[in-house]
Design a protein around this ligand. Structure first.
Ligand SMILES: *Cc1c(COP(=O)(O)O)cnc(C)c1O
Length: 228
């Protein structure tokens, strides 16, 4: 049972809090298309999903002026399913994946925007590059050959904790990395987006420099995985 009526109210509450330079990604994973349409009809145009198959199914059913963001971990062999329409891939954490995205984007004569995901959380389960890994990608001589991708920012997921000091230090670390590389501009590299902050921590993330927040349960309600 979902409480569709509140989606509009939740969205407007969150938006009233967001500064103008911060983009809201409505994270709709596990939610039915009817819920997404409720958000769409309230003006939301950017949706984030973490499974490619689910995103493809929803994209086919929904209006075509939506920007679809892939926020989950991406398996290389599935890039092809979303290459025709995805507008931003948040979780790029290795060079082989970047090459595959480039290859699939080329087939559709597109340039796909990507964020490099950094590991900022202490949990082992969260994917992402180390500071060394990100430097290797940025300094790779092969990067300039990838004409069909553009690295437009960084993304990170903080530890699942209420500890504000820990969250602040993880977000600040990501912002430091962002600042470190934001003047390294080339044809396919220009950091403009800093994707950090979710329902529980987006206000703190914004205070630490986030320009894009990924908010799910505060818009759509808690997710019920057991009923899937
Ligand atoms: C699910 C998810 C979110 C949204 O989480 P909420 O706590 O529901 O806001 C944000 N980012 C990523 C990468 C996610 O997988």
């Amino acid at each position: 049972m979902s409480f569709n009526m509140s989606i509009k109210k939740n969205l407007s509450n969150i938006k009233s809090y967001l500064p103008e330079h911060v983009t809201l990604v409505a994270v709709s994973k596990t939610k039915p298309v009817s819920d997404l349409m409720e958000a769409y009809n309230s003006g939301q145009r950017i949706f984030g999903e973490n499974k490619i198959q689910e995103m493809v199914e929803k994209q086919e059913l929904m209006p075509k002026d939506i920007e679809w963001h892939m926020i989950g971990h991406v398996q290389r062999n599935k890039v092809k399913y979303m290459a025709s329409f995805v507008s931003l891939i948040h979780g790029v954490d290795n060079f082989k994946l970047l090459k595959e995205i480039n290859k699939q984007a080329l087939k559709h004569d597109r340039v796909i925007n990507c964020l490099l995901q950094l590991k900022i959380a202490e949990e082992d389960s969260k994917f992402g590059l180390s500071s060394k890994g990100i430097a290797e990608i940025i300094q790779s001589s092969e990067l300039e050959d990838l004409k069909n991708i553009k690295i437009t920012g960084l993304m990170g997921m903080a530890t699942f904790t209420d500890n504000k000091e820990q969250l602040r230090s993880e977000f600040s670390y990501l912002k430091e990395m962002f600042d470190l590389y934001k003047n390294d501009i080339s044809d396919n590299f220009k950091l403009e987006t800093l994707s950090m902050g979710m329902s529980g921590d987006y206000q703190l993330a914004i205070a630490c420099g986030s320009t894009m927040v990924r908010v799910g349960s505060s818009i759509f309600g808690a997710r019920n995985y057991s009923s899937q």
